[in-house]
Design a protein around this ligand. Structure first.
Ligand SMILES: [Zn+2]
Length: 77
């Protein structure tokens, strides 16, 4: 199943709006998704990884997108 980019961003925005992205410190975030809670980790080079199944196959997911959106809102680079 392929999730369209637009749908993925919409879902990511909803996760942020509902306060389901929680910063843990050390570049790590807990994201409470619709099907489980996942760990998004920022690597030293700024790349993001996620523990969900979708990320393992697509290398992108709504959880990573949610962290990017949250960081933009808070003015992180
Ligand atoms: Zn994910």
């Amino acid at each position: 199943m392929r999730m369209g980019l637009e749908r993925m961003v919409e879902k990511a925005e909803r996760l942020v709006r509902q306060g389901r992205v929680i910063y843990l410190g050390g570049g790590r975030y807990n994201v409470i998704g619709d099907h489980g809670t996942y760990l998004v980790n920022m690597l030293p080079d700024g790349k993001l990884t996620c523990t969900c199944q979708g990320f393992q196959t697509r290398r992108v997911c709504s959880h990573v997108a949610a962290v990017i959106i949250l960081r933009e809102i808070r003015g992180f680079k």
